[in-house]
Design a protein. Structure first.
Lengths: 318, 166
């Protein structure tokens, strides 16, 4: 079999495997099987299939991942005042983000766990546990900024891209070795299904370097928008001081200590920020200025909150 | 009570205040920045409510002539004016339709777009995966987003003294 025929067979396999696996509706957005196969007449078309995901596909993927996240975390908290607060804070951050004109959406998951998630197409979710933990707008902005940085950094989409690159690599392998069966098996293994993406986002989380980058970029976004840059650090310090319990606290994120240390370094490195102004006023270093005003000590209220968050049944406003 | 600041010191005080506002380190005089909004206004003064003297499309490289705190005086050919640093990018935004790129039409950028209905593919997915409650919640979220128009966000920024209103 010629390399070209083998490649086309492989590309057709990609199309059919895309339908066999559940792409969370992506296959529907991409068109019917006939159209796909017709479009796979050349290697160029095949390449388009795997690398040409555009806004429409991002919307489908974003909606689908959002559905899974909402389904897993007890639904949305239908509190209009809270919705207004996070959407106005989030909207303010969005104005100065890398995607200022994108339609962003912010929601609160009705779960006592302490976590936040983002999904493609501008979805940002924060759990009720974490929302209640943020004591002011600066801290809430920092949390939202971190998740927004995952979206503007295309972090979730890199999962797909990794699959694409793997597929392209495997095509090359198949073309050289003539082992089409091996290539098909690989495709099934790296299938671009939504369940895998959600599992990655919700259960496993991003790599530590990716999280640190999101901390850094979210910190910068909050600062340029005018929120105190120590917000995220204050939240993390507060989380660190809460006694370990059955609740999941940022289970998909790197160790708190390292994140806090890196954010302190960020605060030192950003001149002219609110931290810098506070430092000038108080004579503290920028790091200290960030830490001192908004890093409450763990007290009885914290512990009571942590316990209550677990015991109290989800209050859903309908 | 302290005596009021003499009027002749007001410009100096204003400049000193502006110098404390945050600005990404890489955006400095002599450098290049890029517009990232679909439409970026060039202002006559480094103030959010100053008169608009020009507009630039997204992804346009601009030369930075001067920096005053969080504001930059930029030029693009004959067009010149002040822009809040947060409205510019240090790197050129990705163009085209690809994921993560700006890739938006003007009609897709409003709160109406944020309030769009669930995509048919996701709707179908919810039915197949027994996620009907999640679908209802997500539809509620999308409907709620109608209220958060760019104008509403702008009003909020002004009231809270955030962004270019700092």
């Amino acid at each position: 079999m010629s390399p070209r025929r083998l490649f086309l067979l492989f590309a057709a396999g990609l199309a059919t495997s895309a339908f066999a696996l559940d792409l969370g509706g992506l296959s529907k957005a991409l068109g019917s099987a006939d159209k796909l196969k017709k479009g796979l007449e050349t290697a160029k078309d095949a390449a388009k299939l795997v690398s040409g995901l555009g806004p429409e596909e991002e919307r489908s993927l974003g909606d689908t991942v959002a559905l899974e996240i909402i389904g897993r975390f007890g639904g949305l908290m239908r509190d209009e005042a809270a919705m207004r607060r996070i959407n106005l804070i989030g909207g303010s951050l969005a104005r100065y983000s890398a995607r200022p004109d994108h339609p962003w959406r912010f929601g609160i998951l009705d779960s006592s766990t302490v976590n936040a998630f983002s999904a493609p197409d501008g979805y940002v979710f924060i759990t009720r546990g974490l929302y209640q933990m943020a004591t002011d707008d600066d801290q809430l902005a920092a949390i939202l900024g971190h998740e927004m940085a995952h979206i503007t950094g295309r972090d979730a989409l890199r999962i797909i891209e990794t699959g694409e690159k793997g597929s392209v690599l495997m095509k090359q392998v198949a073309m050289r070795s003539g082992n089409a069966r091996e290539a098909e098996a690989y495709l099934n293994q790296v299938g671009l299904n939504t369940e895998k993406i959600v599992k990655f986002l919700v259960d496993k989380g991003y790599s530590h370097p990716t999280e640190f980058t999101a901390d850094h970029n979210g910190h910068a976004l909050a600062a340029v928008t005018g929120y105190a840059p120590g917000g995220l650090r204050a939240v993390l310090i507060r989380l660190q001081q809460i006694p370990a319990g059955p609740q999941q606290v940022f289970s998909t994120h790197p160790p708190l200590t390292e994140r806090i240390q890196r954010l302190a370094a960020d605060a030192e490195a950003v001149p002219g920020t609110t931290a810098g102004r506070s430092a000038e006023k108080t004579g503290l270093s920028a790091t200290e200025a960030v830490e001192k005003p908004s890093a409450p000590e763990a007290d009885d209220d914290d512990r009571a909150f942590a316990e209550a968050a677990e015991k109290k049944p989800a209050k859903k406003k309908r | 009570m302290n005596p009021p600041l003499p009027a002749r010191w007001w410009p100096t005080a204003l400049l000193a205040l502006m110098a404390t506002l945050p600005l990404p380190a890489a955006l400095s005089a002599g450098g290049t920045a890029y517009t990232k909004r679909l439409e970026t206004s060039l202002l006559a003064e480094p103030a959010a409510l100053a008169a608009t003297v020009g507009k630039l499309p997204a992804g346009r490289p601009v030369k930075i002539a001067e920096v005053r705190g969080a504001w930059l005086r930029v030029s693009d050919g004959a067009a010149a004016g002040w822009v809040f640093g947060g409205n510019l990018s240090e790197t050129q935004p990705a163009a085209g339709k690809g994921l993560g790129s700006m890739g938006l039409s003007a009609s897709a950028t409003t709160a109406t777009a944020a309030a769009r209905p669930l995509t048919p593919a996701a709707d179908d997915y919810a039915a197949r995966r027994n996620l009907t409650h999640a679908r209802d919640d997500l539809n509620w979220l999308l409907a709620q987003c109608r209220a958060f128009t760019p104008a509403a966000v702008d009003t909020y920024l002004r009231a809270q003294k955030k962004g270019e209103y700092q």
